[in-house]
Write a protein that binds this ligand. Structure first.
Ligand code: NDP
Ligand code: GDR
Length: 344
């Protein structure tokens, strides 16, 4: 019998790649959809014949219990979140509710549907396995680089602090109720499906528009920020592998390669034969109140124990995103803005 997976955050970048990966592995996949007529549902429309949907919201406990009860999943992947870090200073309470308490609500839904309590903990077989989308933002201003599973957290945003809560409560439910509950501490991962507010996609889209004469320049914040950027398609394989192990545990996932925002800009502009220095302007309003300067993963443990390796490197990833946006922008220019809005 094929396994059943429930994914929160199905309309996001990772949700779509994970759904594709699980379907290719023979899973039956359900996506949690929130809101009335969520317009982002169209983003997974090309999978519509294979995917199933169930209503629910990370803000609403009863809807999560109902979703888990309806789907009776073998695996739950909690990818739903407000994922844009700057928004977490503007709506700190909401971000804490969705990204922090929301994790607790999914764990509680699994606990209730599985009938677990302080006197009845999970047996190793037949239990619902849970994946939490933890983040390198929890490391923040880390005391060591690269960061590994044992590196202390020092979150620099309400987003990072909420993710740290989600991380700890996942571990706590593992230890309290014997649940197979794990966190993937994933470093930045990108793709042509990345939201347009994130820096790599903002760059690839601007480069395409500038190349096609539709935009004059690109405003950015801190060009010195350094990240370990990988490809989302590689990272969803790691999520799945984490739920296939004998014992539940948390893993750091990244490439181990560091690049600055300036590097990203340079690679993208060079790819279309332009000099970035003529096109990039600095907007101080885009600099964050507390920046995460450097992140780099030591994912040796995942490579060894999960047998996971990333396949796409950063220059290749940036070029892939620029090529994809050149196509989208050309079509947008021809047919109007609707196409780019539904760009994947
Ligand atoms: P996206 O921003 O692309 O997607 C976020 C998803 O969360 C959307 O499907 C959105 O659905 C959903 N969502 C938002 N609020 C709620 C809610 N109240 N209830 C249910 N669903 C909700 O994120 P990514 O795909 O990039 O990231 C996936 C997860 O991984 C996130 O938790 C993110 O924080 C985490 N992460 C991401 C990294 C990255 O580099 N991409 C790195 C490390 C962690 P809707 O259509 O309803 O808005
Ligand atoms: P991040 O990704 O905050 O690391 O979170 P983002 O792409 O937004 O920023 C990366 C770095 O680039 C700098 N930067 C800019 N960022 C944006 N968005 N726009 C700009 O104009 C700009 N100029 C410079 C930022 O200051 C930052 O240092 C992502 C999200 O996916 C999170 O959900 C996830 O948890 C982490 O990655 C790991």
């Amino acid at each position: 019998m094929s396994k059943r997976a429930l994914i929160t955050g199905i309309t996001g970048q990772d949700g779509s790649y994970l759904a594709e990966h699980l379907l290719s592995q023979g899973y039956q996949v359900w996506g949690l959809i929130r809101g009335q007529a969520n317009p982002r549902k169209t983003r997974v429309s090309r999978l519509a014949s294979e995917l199933e949907f169930v209503d629910g919201d990370l803000m609403d406990q009863a809807s999560l219990v109902s979703a888990v009860d309806t789907v009776q999943p073998d695996e739950v992947y909690n990818l739903g979140a407000i994922s844009f870090v700057p928004m977490s200073w503007q709506q700190a309470e909401l971000v804490t509710e969705v990204n922090g308490t929301g994790v607790l609500r999914v764990l509680e839904a699994i606990r209730m549907v599985s009938g677990l309590s302080m006197s009845r903990t999970a047996s190793p077989n037949g239990q619902i396995r849970f994946y939490q989308a933890s983040s390198s933002e929890m490391f923040g201003k880390a005391a060591e680089t690269p960061q590994r599973e044992t590196t202390l957290f020092h979150p620099r945003s309400p987003y990072g602090a909420a993710k740290a809560y989600g991380h700890y409560i996942t571990r706590n439910y593992r230890e309290s109720f014997g649940m197979y509950a794990v966190s993937g501490m994933l470093f930045n991962h990108e793709s042509p499906r990345r939201g347009q507010e994130f820096v790599t996609r903002k760059i690839s889209l601007a480069v395409a528009r500038i190349k096609l004469g539709l935009q004059r320049d690109l405003a950015l914040g801190n060009l010195d920020a350094v990240r370990d950027w990988g490809y989302a398609g590689d990272y969803v394989r790691a999520m799945h592998l984490m739920l296939q192990q004998g014992e539940p545990d948390d893993y750091v996932i990244g490439t181990g390669q560091m690049h600055s925002v300036r590097d990203a800009v340079q690679i993208a502009f060079e790819h279309v034969g332009l000099d970035w220095r003529d096109k990039v302007v600095i907007d101080p309003a885009l600099v964050r109140p507390a920046e995460v300067e450097v992140l780099c993963a030591d994912s040796l443990r995942a490579r060894r124990l999960l047998d996971w390796t990333p396949e796409v490197d950063f220059p290749e990833l940036m070029r892939m995103m620029v090529d994809s946006d050149l196509e989208h922008v050309a079509r947008e220019n021809e047919y109007g803005h609707l196409l780019l809005a539904a760009n994947w």
